[in-house]
Design a protein around this ligand. Structure first.
Ligand code: UD1
Ligand code: UDP
Length: 353
């Protein structure tokens, strides 16, 4: 049996690693394809190093560009590769443009297509990821859902039951198997931070960073929070360029994007996380860190109903008020059903049949 596992951007690497390991433990011939949507060392290579992910077998080199350019480059580069390798199954993860491009190619090829992290819905069609999620799920043969709400979404869309498998969350597999190594990293000391006495910030969604007015109001609100607790802010490359013209307030410390182990250590030690990331909403739930999501919706509602997440929207006043509540309160680690560290094993069992 031959399986292509495709990845292309930062959060994909954490999702694909446990799936490859679980398949290889079952003797499956796996081919790791890196689409190259993210390519800077700090957005790509560091995750291979930190996770012990072997170098990609194939590199598509699609790079940056508009949605159309990026997706089109994935299509034209992945199509001949699938024809050459002739896999039984292509596995795609998450919801980035590389996910969609690889899914479309696989759907029109002789192989089966499996989507890991199927069924998540924000119901916000202005998010490019929502388009990627819905289309990828629609063309997938096997849909691996992280939580019961995702299964419900797929059922409501009419996806046949036999295609859908509730397996749990592969991000949590990776978190659990790396947490001890992360906690041994010296990153807190290197940054002069004390566990429980700082907040962690990440922002990279177009809705929060692309409009200079929206971004400057969020940064201003972060300045108010930073007057009460220091904030550390690993800055995504999309956001770096947008921040160039904005004054960064005292107490909000921007640093380059962190590697996975350093970031996990920063998350675990944080008193609060302020983010628009999908993965961070999940990781903070498991780590027991209050998470304030600077968005109007989430495709991961279980992190609110059964986790530590609060959706605070983009209004600065709400962000500051929510941060004050979080700092006065706290949170405990939560384990939504199936987030037990064994999702990839369940996926591999289904794939191997
Ligand atoms: C992408 C995903 C998003 C995901 C995020 C994870 C889509 C539509 N978006 O957003 O869902 O949450 O990745 O981090 O797929 N850049 C670099 N170096 C890199 C990569 C990007 O400098 O290695 C810069 C480029 O200027 C690029 C910009 O970042 O234009 C945005 O990159 P892109 O991959 O288009 O989208 P992300 O915002 O990273
Ligand atoms: N992450 C990281 N370094 C950072 C920011 C995030 O290693 O500086 C990790 C984080 O722990 C999670 C994943 O990247 O595993 C989330 O990726 P991102 O926020 O870029 O994308 P999203 O989840 O929003 O699609």
């Amino acid at each position: 049996m031959r399986v292509i596992c495709a990845a292309g951007a930062r959060p994909n690497f954490m999702k694909v690693k446990p799936v490859i390991d679980a398949l290889e433990r079952r003797g499956v011939d796996t081919i790791l394809v890196h689409a190259g949507q993210h390519y800077d060392s700090e957005m790509s290579q560091v995750f291979f190093d930190d996770l012990g992910l072997r170098p990609p077998d194939r590199w598509l080199g699609v790079g940056s560009g508009s949605h159309a350019e990026q997706t089109a480059r994935v299509l034209t580069a992945f199509d001949p590769l699938v024809a050459e390798i002739d896999p039984d199954i292509v596995v795609v993860v998450g919801d980035v443009n590389a996910t969609l491009g690889c899914a479309l190619v696989a759907a029109k090829s002789a192989c089966s297509l499996a989507h890991v992290e199927a069924g998540l819905r924000s119901f916000d069609w202005s998010m490019p990821e929502e388009v990627n999620r819905v289309v990828t799920d629609r063309v997938s043969d096997l849909l691996f859902a992280p939580s019961a709400d995702a299964v419900e979404n797929l059922r409501a869309e009419g996806v046949p039951e036999h295609r859908v498998h509730l397996v749990g969350n592969v991000m949590v597999d990776t978190l659990r198997s790396n947490l001890d190594r992360a906690m041994a990293r010296p990153i807190l000391a290197d940054l002069g931070l004390v566990a429980g006495a700082y907040g962690l910030v990440t922002l990279h969604r177009p809705a929060s960073v692309d409009d200079p007015l929206i971004l400057s109001r969020i940064v201003e609100a972060l300045g108010v929070v930073a007057a009460e607790i220091p904030l550390v802010f690993p800055v995504h490359p999309r956001t770096r360029t947008k921040l160039a013209d904005i004054t960064i307030p005292a107490g909000l410390r921007s640093i380059p994007p962190a590697g996975y182990l350093d970031f996990l250590a920063l998350e675990a030690g944080a008193r609060v996380a302020i983010t628009d990331s999908g993965g961070v909403q999940e990781e903070t739930t498991v780590l027991g860190v209050p998470c304030l999501t600077v968005r109007n919706s989430t495709e991961r509602p279980i992190t609110v109903s059964e986790g530590t997440n609060t959706i605070v929207g983009l209004e600065p006043e709400r962000l500051v008020a929510a941060a004050r509540r979080a700092l006065a309160g706290g949170a405990v680690p939560r384990t939504p059903a199936w987030w037990d560290g064994h999702a990839a094993n369940r996926i591999a069992d289904v794939l191997v049949g």
